[in-house]
Design a protein around this ligand. Structure first.
Ligand code: BGP
Length: 471
């Protein structure tokens, strides 16, 4: 298979880490707005409300709200065919449970999409990227509560209707499987486990409500506009068995099954044996009500999108390494980033094959990249060769999957195409961008934008449809 001429090259962001303007245009508070960043060795901390002396990185983030025209022009200069952004739920429904949406919020995204259209850039919109109105947490207990399905659907109906004909590609919940992979589902589900709470039950219910909400959203989105293509979004934590010891294969399989739990329901429309075996392991079962199974069946996704950053190993006695959501074993064949994420481009080819083999749906790599500390030289240049190296190896691995393994891939949008706040730590110094933003971990800086060396490199990759990497 050849690289399609319509391949969607671009970049990815999310409102909670990029948009800022947290109180502007009638927006309500979201879960991120009460979470302090980790700085100077201090851990992130979630507050009940905004403390006047604390610094919350999401409030300004890297200020897409006021810079969208400039930023979209820079993306266009790189040749982006596609730009992934998320809509901030609390900009549309400030508390989450209002009957009518906030017109000013809707208007902001009208303006953003119009700007993208000028350059022929396709929006890829995540409906729920690691945030929700704080009101839904306080009043309803977030995704613990079945009522969230209706609030989510009201939000979906509003944006599907408003942006009909403008937005065609949608993702329902970002990294939905983070809920099962992480012990702290604050970003993914607005949940802090309470003392005495049956955490496994809460987690399975929150996952079920989100899966039903996603399926109903897919059905609704197709009804509102049959042109809509609606995908799921999985964190794909590729995992190898540490040795050829047969039991290690089972451990690696079990680790990936926590991701297939969600992929299976999104793509096949029912809880497969992988899912029911997880219920057995956990000793709990989700709250499945009459009508839910039919909804899951009717709302299978059009494509599978995923994030891929690193791989890990599972097996007896392996040394542990970190990720932001999922940790795993250290692989002696791989190097790691400064944050300990093991760099594995070949693993991206394997992941594409695994996912296509299992689901037979087009794939979209909507996050990939390397968080690194960048140095601005005296002449203002930023020579991020390490980023170029990481991305070029991953793009080549993706092209191997397409050209040699015939896996259909719709597009590639590397994470944080412009510097933004880290989801895991709230830091600014962990940068992913082709575009540098002048801001530090304490919130100081001009917010000025400048092009890194990788900016020019990526422009060439897009212009040649990846072929410059094959020379
Ligand atoms: C994914 C999230 C993104 C993003 C990315 C990088 O899990 O979907 O929101 O932040 O990871 O992670 P971090 O920001 O922790 O480096």
């Amino acid at each position: 298979m050849e690289m399609s001429k319509d391949f969607l090259w671009g970049g990815a962001t999310a409102a909670n880490q990029y948009e800022g303007g947290y109180l502007e245009g009638g927006r309500g508070l979201s879960v991120n707005d009460v979470e302090k960043g980790a700085r100077h060795g201090v851990q992130r901390e979630i507050h009940d409300s905004i403390h006047p002396d604390a610094y919350y990185p999401s409030h300004v983030a890297t200020d897409f709200y006021h810079h969208y025209k400039e930023d979209i022009a820079l993306f266009a200069e790189m040749g982006f065919k596609c730009f992934r952004l998320s809509i901030s739920w609390s900009r549309i429904f400030p508390n989450g449970d209002e009957e009518t949406p906030n017109e000013e919020g809707l208007k902001f995204y009208d303006d953003v999409f119009a700007e993208m259209k000028k350059y022929g850039m396709e929006p890829l919109v995540t409906i729920n990227h690691y945030e929700m109105p704080l009101g839904l947490v306080k009043k309803y207990g977030a995704w613990r509560n079945r009522k969230l399905i209706d609030f989510f659907l009201r939000y979906c109906e509003t944006i599907f209707t408003r942006y009909k004909g403008t937005v065609k590609y949608w993702l329902t919940h970002n990294e939905i499987n983070a809920l099962m992979l992480s012990g702290r589902p604050w970003h993914q589900a607005g949940i802090i486990y309470q003392e005495g709470e049956n955490q496994k039950q809460t987690m399975l219910n929150a996952a079920h409500y989100q899966l039903v909400a996603s399926a109903k959203a897919v059905e609704l989105g197709h009804k509102i506009d049959p042109e809509n293509k609606i995908g799921c979004m999985l964190l794909y934590p590729l995992c190898y068995a540490a040795t050829c010891r047969p039991e290690d294969q089972i451990l690696a399989m079990k680790k990936l099954n926590k991701t297939y739990y969600f992929g299976d329901v999104h793509c096949r429309g029912y809880y497969t044996n992988v899912c029911t075996s997880i219920w057995q392991d956990l000793g709990a079962k989700p709250d499945i009500q009459p009508g839910d199974e039919e909804a899951l069946k009717a709302g299978t996704v059009d494509f599978v999108s995923f994030s891929y950053y690193f791989s890990s190993i599972e097996g007896q006695g392996t040394e542990s390494v970190e990720g932001n959501i999922v940790s795993g074993g250290k692989n002696p064949y791989l190097e790691a980033t400064a944050w300990g994420w093991q760099i594995d481009p070949v693993g991206l080819r394997t992941s594409l094959n695994n996912l296509y083999d299992r689901y037979q749906k087009p794939l979209f790599i909507v996050e990939n990249g390397m968080g690194a500390i960048d140095t601005v030289e005296a002449d203002g240049t930023i020579n991020d060769d390490y980023r170029i190296d990481y991305l070029s190896k991953h793009i080549q691995a993706m092209m191997d999957a397409i050209e040699l393994d015939n896996v259909p891939v719709m597009g590639y949008t590397p994470w944080g195409c412009i510097d933004l706040v880290s989801a895991g730590t709230g830091e600014m110094r962990k940068r992913y961008g082709f575009i540098y933003v002048d801001k530090d971990d304490d919130g100081n800086g001009t917010l000025n934008r400048s092009r890194k060396k990788s900016f020019f490199w990526y422009k060439d990759v897009i212009a040649t449809n990846g072929q410059c990497l094959r020379k």
